[in-house]
Design a protein around this ligand. Structure first.
Ligand code: S6P
Ligand code: ZN
Length: 191
């Protein structure tokens, strides 16, 4: 593995396993449980009960071993479990890239949404396998599972982009996604 981290990187192949939704060779992995999502769901009481209860895994991120360094292009696969907290669909924390670089997502499995917010405008893209969602520079982004099965997508992003989670806690995402009889109910942010 250490060879892949030598600088400068040499060209190398990454195997994408469509069944396991895994990348080989593997880079860092990340698991976010309910307790990692403090301050994000509108219904704080329901969040607290879940975080202090069975504290489920809400999403995980696997990656290839391309480092998060300027001019590199890291890739990762995020899998969000199905579920809701107080009716609000399970989602990623969401972040802004501090130096406003763009990113692309590719839907792999399940159904989701890509919610984007530039501080004034909110945009939503329905994500199904094969959808490429383009995140322009300056748009904070959050992913949401709108289905009954896990939702997975590939992300490719500039290695030097950085991740500002505080921006989303401060500014919100413009809208929140709630369960609906069919599809998703997008409501104004309110807190
Ligand atoms: C990275 C890219 C994704 C997210 C991942 C988890 O720029 O947007 O790999 O990191 O979906 O989301 P979050 O908001 O917890 O980083
Ligand atoms: Zn990002």
């Amino acid at each position: 593995m250490s060879d892949y981290y030598s600088q400068p990187l040499m060209p190398f192949a990454i195997t994408f396993d469509q069944e396991k939704l895994a990348l080989t060779p593997e880079g860092p992995t990340l698991t976010r449980r309910m307790s990692d999502l403090e301050g994000l769901f509108l219904d704080g009481d329901s969040w607290k009960a879940a975080a202090q209860g069975d504290n489920p895994v809400v999403y995980s991120v696997v990656s290839s071993p391309v480092p998060e360094l300027d001019r590199e292009l890291p890739q990762s696969i995020t899998t969000i479990q199905p579920g809701n907290t107080g009716g609000e669909l399970w989602m990623t924390k969401g972040h802004q890239h501090p130096n406003h670089q763009g990113e692309i997502y590719l839907g792999l499995k399940g159904t989701g949404g890509l919610l984007m917010f530039d501080g004034e405008r909110t945009e939503w893209i329905d994500m199904v396998p094969g959808t490429i969602g383009y995140i322009p520079p300056g748009w904070a982004h959050r992913s949401i599972n709108v289905g009954a099965d896990p939702y997975s997508f590939l992300a490719v992003y500039p290695g030097g982009a950085g991740h500002d989670y505080g921006w989303v806690l401060e500014h919100g995402m413009g809208k929140r996604a709630f369960t609906a009889d069919s599809g998703v109910d997008l409501r104004p942010y309110e807190g």
